[in-house]
Design a protein around this ligand. Structure first.
Ligand code: SAH
Length: 367
């Protein structure tokens, strides 16, 4: 399927302003194609704040677009928190219908920055350790609402002569449960005529929806794939990740193998370290057996404990012991650097502090 970035952007921008479709918008303003290309470029490449700032357009057109509510972003920042070391900035955004989502910007040493963004308001998969999962599902984000999170932080960084170098779908929601909008957002983010972030700098993290892993493999794009594994056997994984009952490990691992075969690209496995649950030496050996001999990489994640989930973080020395077992078994492993603990920067935590819990929705199935 071809996903044309300009069309995706226009479609979302005009529908927010109340136009039924792009053709009516174009007819309403009698816009020539170079005019809407100017708008698109101003928003996604030059990162201007809105149509009122696009000076190549006539004053009359600018004023009319602004008056009609044509805007470059549909999400409103309601809270920005910076960690004490100023390396992590967390944003809480309100959508037009009052729902809230989060995105987190991490500024590493040097010029590297990573933006973690949300693909859904809430999440339907109910992983027991995850704050978002405990709060239930609200709705899918549009491609535009996903892109807007990057737009917001790209503008923040631009003011300091910096830019987003890496982007991960590790905020709220399950990206493969909102597959098409996420892939459209990726097309927007990637467009060399626009935002211009290379595929290799983007990572999609999934709870393990096997059918969508197959679809993603068929795209043959260079976006990285990360799987939230978190347990090396079905019994343990099903005990805190309900999705495992629908897509058990054997199916998930088979899909990952086919992905590597098809794309020749490495798969990243995330493994959140939960004290006394999945962090024993035996779990490490079991995980090593699952990983060994494949183009796989394990990323151990220190757990950010949250008040609404009954789990505790594995102490650092245990994490290193666990990593050592994987390493000695020949499995590539890294331990994720923990950032922003003082501002509760893990998935869904900021929203959880400001909103009451909604009803819990179980993972009824994918897509
Ligand atoms: N739904 C997707 C992406 C969202 S979460 C997925 O499951 O991959 C991104 C990662 O953060 C996942 O690996 C998730 O398991 C992990 N995570 C969620 N809550 C966490 C917490 N409190 N501490 C550390 N990692 C957490």
């Amino acid at each position: 399927m071809t996903r044309e970035p300009l069309q995706i952007w226009l479609r979302d921008v005009v529908s927010r302003a109340g136009f039924p479709n792009v053709d009516e918008f174009i007819a309403h303003y009698d816009l020539k194609p170079y005019r809407f290309r100017q708008l698109y470029r101003a928003a996604t490449k030059e990162l201007l704040g809105g149509p009122g700032e696009v000076t190549p357009l006539t004053k009359e057109l600018r004023e009319s677009l602004v008056a009609r509510g044509v805007a470059f972003s549909a999400i409103e920042p309601v809270l920005l928190q910076r960690s004490q070391d100023a390396q992590t900035t967390k944003g809480l955004f309100r959508l037009h219908d009052g729902k809230e989502i989060e995105a987190v910007l991490m500024e590493h040493y040097g010029d590297r920055t990573t933006l973690c963004l949300s693909s859904q308001a809430g999440c339907a998969f109910a992983c027991a350790f995850c704050s978002t999962g405990q709060a239930g599902f609200n709705r899918n984000l549009t491609a535009g609402e996903i892109f807007d999170q990057a737009w917001f932080f790209a503008r923040e960084l631009k003011a300091r002569d910096k830019r987003i170098t890496n982007l991960v779908f590790m905020g709220m929601g399950e990206p493969f449960h909102n597959y098409e909008a996420v892939m459209e957002a990726v097309a927007l983010l990637n467009d060399p005529q626009g935002f211009g972030l290379g595929h290799r700098h983007i990572t999609i993290s999934t709870v393990g929806l096997v059918d969508k892993i197959e679809a993603f493999a068929a795209e043959h794009c260079q976006v990285n794939l990360a799987i939230s594994l978190h347990a090396p056997n079905d019994k343990l994984r099903s005990s805190f990740m309900p999705v495992n009952r629908r897509f058990p490990l054997a199916e998930l691992m088979a899909a990952c193998e086919r992905y590597v075969e098809k794309t020749r690209r490495k798969v990243f496995f995330e493994y959140v370290m939960l004290a006394g649950v999945n962090d024993s030496n035996e779990s490490a050996r079991e995980l090593a057996a699952l990983m060994r001999g494949h183009l796989y990489h394990v990323n151990l994640i220190p757990y950010n404990s949250t008040p609404d989930a009954p789990f505790a973080a594995t102490p650092d020395p245990r994490i290193w012991e666990f990593a050592k077992i994987l390493d000695e078994a020949g499995v590539p492993v890294t331990v994720r650097q923990n950032m922003g603990r003082d501002i509760a920067a893990a998935c869904g935590q900021l929203r959880a502090e400001t909103q009451p819990r909604t009803s819990k929705v179980r993972a009824a199935g994918s897509a």
